[in-house]
Design a protein. Structure first.
Length: 123
């Protein structure tokens, strides 16, 4: 809800649509080409399945935790997972700054390192 009691603008936009139509153009204007390439690779390769069918307001912190743990269980390295987490967090942080959501579900994940077999190691 906004200050006038209405819903946030485009709050029901799908995360994948927000990524393609809002966040990706934003990073293309403000980021190096090599970074954009990595973001596209991570976004299309790992995050698209994580966010499939969900709107910005549907996604919650517990889903983010499960997503990162699943990536570790698939054998992805700590640095790769950190990059994916950073991209996802940046996407939601941008949505927050644009008043599309009121809470960033990735913010409360804290600083932890996801490793295989669903273990979470705090740094």
């Amino acid at each position: 809800m906004n200050a006038n009691g209405g819903t946030l603008p485009d709050a029901d936009i799908k995360i994948a649509d927000f990524w393609m139509t809002v966040y990706l153009p934003h990073i293309e204007r403000n980021t190096k080409a090599s970074t954009i390439h990595g973001y596209k690779k991570s976004g299309e390769g790992h995050l698209s399945a994580t966010f499939a069918g969900l709107s910005l307001t549907d996604y919650q912190t517990h889903q983010a935790t499960r997503s990162l743990t699943a990536l570790a269980d698939r054998g992805l390295g700590v640095r790769t997972i950190a990059h994916i987490r950073s991209l996802a967090s940046g996407t939601f942080r941008h949505a927050l700054r644009l008043n599309r959501i009121q809470i960033d579900p990735w913010r409360d994940l804290g600083t932890r390192r996801y490793t295989s077999y669903s273990a979470v190691v705090y740094m």
